[in-house]
Design a protein around this ligand. Structure first.
Ligand SMILES: [Zn+2]
Length: 475
């Protein structure tokens, strides 16, 4: 018995000694660590890192033609005057800035897209994908492969993305109105040309189907780094988060090619409200439930298939995405609430529609002074809007100053004293097909548009799964 107790005590002592030795070793390791943190070489390394980071950040700003901010970033670094790398960078940026000239913003090409198609499910008729949908996908849509190729061509041709707000200088008047004037001081280096871009109908409408059934993303989401990406179900049925539409594709392209971007500019996204925005069902009519009097059959089917639908959650999530996009430089435009043709609807009807847009879209994305008319329609003739135009006076009273239609004459732009209007060209199935089959001699052909944009070999990227006869006319 005594022997057993002595054995247990001995074992206990051995364990205690082992624990004590391990604790001492750990303490030693930790103090060695904190000693090295305080040592001279690491301090120098962190100073070097700060200098490297400052130069990288300034270099990125300068690549985006923001030479003043680049120089200010370096001047914020303590002791930059005595650092030859820093002073050389300032000299470079000063020289680059002085060699820039003012871009002519009277003829800026404005290209637009819809949600991008990620695979050939868009082009194949199935039980769930009707011939009518296949026809629409062929005519009005663009694939990710086609988009990538065209973006790269425009970049190589020297185009630089500017924002719609960059083309005008706005001055607030004392009566609350704004006076607009053409920006005559947007400075770019030799060989660089301004380009406007927009994406229409970024709602992931019900007709596009859920879970990638036609190769479209389902919605925009934030990834673990807070970046705007797409939720997309690939052909194997696996959910992916990545660059499956224009928004994340442009952000990624600019992070890799900052010289495609003028001072942080991003395209404008044109939104309707009837199916919600950005893949979220933010129309308050969905609150009526599956039998709602204001809902269409596909909206009712959506609610039946999603009994957990929660309006407040949809608005909260969509607002997070919109905020992240705005922080990155994206802007939003009205595309009318109901995708209405502004040419054929009356001013009173457009006013009613705009109230619905405010409820379903503006409350999520915030105020905008931009309207991109659906169907490429317009509210006035090419020779200008005036005060006798009741649609124009209504939209102006609602704060809209930037108007966009679709125009066959690429780069068509009109500057009024209280508005600016730009004509857009689609880079979609119809325009690509026509551009391949036309002569570029006329200014109003698609072939001419693509030539201006530096997109010269459409056949090399035109999606082989397209059906050519569906690409010959808008559906
Ligand atoms: Zn549209």
């Amino acid at each position: 018995m005594k022997m057993t107790i002595a054995g247990v005590i001995l074992l206990f002592c051995i364990i205690l000694i082992i624990i004590a030795v391990r604790a001492l070793k750990n303490k030693g390791a930790k103090s060695a660590e904190s000693d090295s943190t305080a040592s001279q070489p690491t301090e120098t390394a962190s100073v070097n890192q700060l200098k490297t980071d400052t130069l990288a950040s300034a270099g990125n700003l300068a690549a985006m033609y923001d030479y003043d901010k680049a120089i200010a970033a370096i001047e914020a670094y303590s002791g930059y005057e005595s650092d030859t790398d820093m002073t050389a960078a300032i000299a470079n940026y000063t020289s680059a800035k002085s060699s820039c000239t003012a871009a002519d913003l009277s003829t800026v090409p404005h290209v637009f897209f819809h949600s991008l198609i990620n695979d050939n499910r868009a082009f194949l008729v199935t039980d769930q994908v009707t011939p009518l949908l296949v026809q629409g996908n062929n005519s009005a849509m663009t694939t990710t492969g086609e988009f990538d190729a065209m973006l790269n061509d425009m970049y190589k041709a020297g185009y630089v993305l500017i924002g719609l707000d960059d083309i005008v200088i706005k001055t607030a008047n004392t009566d609350g109105t704004e006076t607009l004037a053409k920006n005559t001081a947007l400075m770019l280096p030799a060989g660089k040309k301004p380009l406007l871009m927009s994406e229409d109908d970024l709602s992931y409408y019900h007709f596009m189907g859920e879970n990638g059934i036609q190769g479209y993303a389902d919605k925009l989401v934030l990834d673990s780094d807070g970046k705007v990406k797409c939720l997309f179900t690939d052909k194997s049925g696996t959910q992916q988060i990545g660059d499956y539409d224009m928004v994340p594709k442009i952000d990624t392209f600019i992070s890799e090619h900052p010289d495609f971007c003028y001072q942080g500019a991003r395209p404008t996204v044109a939104l309707t409200g009837y199916n919600g925005v950005l893949g979220y069902r933010t129309n308050d009519y969905y609150k009526e439930g599956p039998d709602g009097e204001h809902l269409s059959s596909d909206q009712k089917a959506y609610l039946t298939n999603h009994p957990d639908y929660n309006y407040d959650n949809e608005v909260a999530e969509a607002t997070k995405i919109a905020d992240a996009m705005k922080a990155e430089g994206w802007t939003f435009a009205s595309h009318t609430y109901g995708h209405w043709n502004a040419s054929t609807h009356s001013a009173e009807e457009l006013a009613t529609d705009n109230e619905r847009w405010n409820t379903t879209v503006r409350d999520v994305v915030g105020d905008t002074d931009k309207i991109i008319f659906a169907f490429g329609a317009d509210i006035g003739p090419v020779n200008g809007y005036n005060e006798s135009n009741d649609k124009f006076t209504y939209f102006l009273s609602q704060g809209y100053h930037i108007y966009c239609n679709v125009d066959g004459n690429i780069g068509w732009t009109e500057f009024g004293s209280n508005y600016v209007r730009t004509g857009r060209v689609p880079l979609d199935g119809v325009s690509m097909y026509n551009a391949m089959t036309e002569s570029a001699s006329s200014h109003t052909t698609y072939a001419h548009d693509y030539e201006v944009l530096g997109i010269n070999d459409i056949a090399s990227f035109f999606d082989p799964d397209r059906t050519l006869e569906y690409c010959t006319a808008e559906s």
